[in-house]
Design a protein around this ligand. Structure first.
Ligand SMILES: [Zn+2]
Length: 323
């Protein structure tokens, strides 16, 4: 946890165990279980104490059949498995774009990567009306489940913003484990693989034990940066080993998972790294104040998201989703 992680937001306090466990049974019913990483505590992205140093690669905002397959090849060459946080709208349609994206997601899953959820339109969840919030979560869940035959267990809030009581309740009540990151490559604000590498180095210098890395497989330069990042880790590992120190281990998000009931989540400022200035469009102030009571959860509609008839379908491609 960096020193900059100062403000312990109220949101973190809301993640206390009694809340999450009490709500765990109140989400939408599905015949598909979420799998082994579901319903756990917050994954804050910091390397767990049992590893001296570790790195977990994660890629958000895809799949994109134009950029993700190259990443899959690069990862296969290194025999690495990573986590993809998929955006629902990219899977939702019968045209070539959506079909190919679904095929890409299937291929990623087939290669052993973890597929997780990242909202439908990539909008800030805080402040959404209950039905809209339910759509963002449930429609994406439905699409990933329909594509892969199993439900995602991990959820990353768009922009890493998860602060309102209603949004937090909605995520936990559905049995998700929210996952954040520790090392931001800021690949959305550069266009050059070497710049992504520079950002990665700086992030790793700031968090020398490593942790969860954030990239976007929708950005070709970020995909191109992956071999550079891996080479950088190889170099650092060689130096560490030469000094008799433990190298970075490449791990999956399972290494960060802590099931509910073992210990309370530490104070995790949920909006800490949300400078992810893939800056969200300003939205109306949250309808539910952070201190709001349980009632907000009733917004978690049991209907598993809508189709076009829900009136919640986007009118066009979601621009923010590519960030
Ligand atoms: Zn994102």
């Amino acid at each position: 946890m960096s020193l900059g992680a100062r403000p312990i937001l109220l949101a973190a306090a809301l993640l206390a165990l009694p809340l999450t466990s009490a709500l765990a049974l109140r989400g939408p019913v599905s015949r598909h279980p979420r799998g082994p990483l579901g319903g756990g505590q917050l994954i804050d992205g910091e390397c767990p104490p049992r590893y001296p140093r570790c790195i977990a690669l994660t890629f958000d905002d895809g799949p994109d059949y134009r950029t993700t397959p190259r990443l899959l090849r690069l990862l296969a060459e290194r025999r690495l498995r990573v986590t993809f946080f998929a955006v629902g709208h990219r899977l939702d349609g019968d045209d070539l774009f959506h079909r190919r994206n679904r095929e890409t997601l299937v291929e990623a899953s087939r290669q052993g990567h973890t597929i997780a959820a990242h909202g439908y339109r990539h909008i800030v969840l805080d402040g959404l009306r209950p039905e809209r919030l339910a759509f963002e979560l449930d429609r994406t869940d439905q699409l990933i489940t329909a594509t892969l035959g199993r439900r995602p267990a991990l959820f990353r809030a768009p922009f890493g913003l998860l602060g309102s009581r209603r949004a937090i309740d909605a995520v936990f009540s559905r049995g998700y484990t929210p996952a954040y990151w520790m090392l931001d490559t800021h690949d959305w604000e550069v266009r050059d693989p070497r710049a992504v590498l520079r950002n990665f180095r700086a992030a790793l210098d700031g968090h020398p034990r490593g942790g969860v890395v954030l990239q976007h497989d929708t950005r070709p330069w970020s995909v191109s940066a992956v071999p550079l990042i891996l080479n950088e880790l190889d170099r650092r590992n060689a130096a560490l080993i030469a000094r008799g120190e433990a190298p970075y281990r490449m791990v999956g998000l399972g290494a960060f998972y802590r099931p509910l009931g073992h210990e309370a989540p530490r104070g995790m400022p949920l909006s800490r790294r949300r400078r992810h200035a893939h800056a969200p469009t300003p939205q109306a102030s949250p309808e539910t104040p952070l201190a709001g009571p349980q009632g907000a959860v009733s917004g978690a509609s049991p209907s598993a998201g809508g189709s076009a008839s829900s009136g919640l379908q986007p009118e066009g491609p979601a621009q923010a989703a590519t960030r």
